[in-house]
Design a protein around this ligand. Structure first.
Ligand code: MN
Length: 168
């Protein structure tokens, strides 16, 4: 092939295309890394039982056994979603890993819980937890002393109870 202007343009053209694809690949890699680092654990499967209101995702991380007596799951609540009222016979610890949510023990005000919060739910105390009306929330839920017993599920948190946060 004789070296001429057309060949030069063709080489420049191919060079540009390679560069653009290269950058696009880098960008995609960056974006997938970013989303992985935001979520330490995948959100798991959609919860389909009646113990929750709204859209909730659960990723079981540790099944209970007699050596550890804990059960651990990452739970993601979409805005407006929450547990029913319930209590844990062996207690529970919540580690908030993403977003902003709500926690309330029966007879006490609703607390706002945010990424980084550690919440101890005492054994046999009725409570609920979930997202705020406008933000999602993910927490790692650690059921402790599972040899004593697990969660006991009660009534749903009504809209009035849930919306009480804005009146406090
Ligand atoms: Mn709980």
């Amino acid at each position: 092939m004789k070296w001429n202007k057309n060949v030069s343009y063709s080489i420049i053209g191919w060079g540009l295309m390679v560069c653009i694809s290269c950058n696009r690949a880098k960008q995609e890699k960056f974006e997938s890394t970013k989303s992985n680092s935001e979520m330490a654990f995948s959100k798991g499967d959609k919860v389909t039982n009646d113990n929750f209101i709204g859209t909730v995702w659960l990723n079981y991380l540790v099944e209970t056994d007699t050596a550890h007596n804990v059960i651990i799951g990452s739970v993601t609540f979409e805005p407006g979603a929450r547990t029913n009222w319930h209590y844990h016979k062996g207690g529970q610890i919540l580690l908030v890993t993403q977003g902003q949510g709500l926690y309330q023990e029966k007879g006490k005000p609703i607390e706002i819980i945010e990424k980084g919060a550690v919440v101890k739910c005492p054994a046999n105390i009725e409570h609920w937890h979930g997202a705020t009306p406008t933000e999602s929330m993910t927490h790692i839920a650690i059921g402790t002393n599972t040899n004593i017993g697990g969660a006991v599920w009660l009534d749903p948190v009504t809209e009035d109870e849930y919306n009480n946060v804005s009146k406090q």
